[in-house]
Design a protein around this ligand. Structure first.
Ligand code: SF4
Length: 333
């Protein structure tokens, strides 16, 4: 752990000065976050969180195996992923399911000691890992809290659960600190990423970031219970009417990364918040199937596939006004 703490110190030496003239992410807002919430992400130098909980709906290698116990666990129920949802976001997709926290900033600001205590509490409650959701814009306060948590006995893997809109030089600073990278690779086309997320350079940055994550954590390493110790899992949410863009994302993965790269193909799209007219409908089951078939045709062997599309029912969309925003959704590998 001392080595990790030393890496955090070095990362902070590079990242903390950026808070005064923020270039932490590709938005390059160049605002002084020490003066208060600012920039596209709307964040200051402290992290806000909506909630921290044991999450049972992530990929089985993070949450525990669907339908019961992880293999080899002796029949105990899964203990879940220790998931912390940070408020604000540097990407802000128009259709965001988590818009209450990403756009509206609902939540509370934590001191770094409070955030460290939350991490340790999740570990004490049995979490398999600390799963940092939307960490990009608050990476500096997260690292300060992580330093304290590690000194206080945090031992479980750190999962970096990001929208993928990252600066590669920031990801380079996280080498040896993050154990499992869980980036989205949302779009290929600049037109599509501009339309839905206001970021025509999304793929240019996200693809570089994913390549760097692969350099750091090339193999998905599982423990005896089938839970991720380290590695890279790329997530891709299939959007209705945008199957071609999904195919282009998959083709890039097939060309660039080994066939055993873990890929989580997500069918859980539901038209939320300000979803534009052309994606204001659920994903079709046949659309999702076509993307899964393409992944298989490319020879990708480590696929996480969701069992069904969401349909028109929105009861599975998280509601961060509730104590427990989620219903458990099983996934199959
Ligand atoms: S982290 Fe926030 S303030 Fe900094 S560049 Fe990105 S969106 Fe702008």
């Amino acid at each position: 752990m001392d080595a990790k703490i030393r890496r955090i110190e070095r990362a902070l030496e590079a990242l903390e000065p950026k808070e005064a003239d923020c270039t932490i992410c590709p938005r390059d807002c160049r605002v002084d976050r020490r003066k208060g919430p600012a920039g596209v992400c709307g964040s200051g130098v402290r992290a806000g969180i909506s909630t921290g909980l044991l999450h049972y709906g992530e990929e089985p290698v993070l949450s525990g195996r669907a339908g019961g116990a992880p293999e080899g666990s002796g029949g105990a129920p899964p203990r879940g992923s220790g998931t912390i949802f940070f408020t604000g976001c540097n990407l802000k997709c128009l259709f965001c399911q988590n818009y209450q926290i990403s756009w509206e900033g609902r939540g509370r600001i934590l001191t770094e000691d409070e955030l460290a205590a939350l991490m340790l509490d999740l570990q004490a409650r049995g979490a398999y890992n600390i799963n940092l959701v939307s960490p990009t814009h608050v990476i500096a306060p997260i690292l300060r809290a992580l330093r304290a948590a590690l000194a206080g006995g945090l031992r479980i893997p750190i999962v970096y659960n990001s929208n993928g809109y990252e600066k590669v030089d920031v990801i380079e600073r996280l080498a040896g600190i993050v154990d499992v990278y869980l980036p989205d690779l949302k779009y290929f086309s600049p037109e599509v990423s501009k339309k839905y997320s206001g970021a025509s350079d999304y793929f240019a940055h996200a693809s570089q970031a994913v390549e760097e994550m692969f350099v750091q954590r090339p193999d998905l390493v599982l423990d005896d219970e089938g839970l991720a110790r380290e590695g890279l899992i790329i997530r891709h949410l299939v959007l209705p009417g945008r199957v071609e863009d999904s195919m282009a994302v998959l083709d890039w993965i097939g060309r660039t990364l080994p066939p055993d790269t873990a890929l989580s193909l997500m069918s859980q799209y539901h038209p939320c918040y300000r979803a534009p007219e052309d994606i204001r409908r659920p994903l079709g089951a046949e659309e999702y199937r076509a993307v899964v078939d393409r992944a298989r045709a490319l020879g990708l062997t480590q696929l996480f596939i969701q069992p069904e599309v969401f349909g028109t029912d929105d009861h599975l969309v998280p509601d961060f006004e509730r104590g427990d925003p989620f219903r458990w959704r099983p996934q199959e590998k």
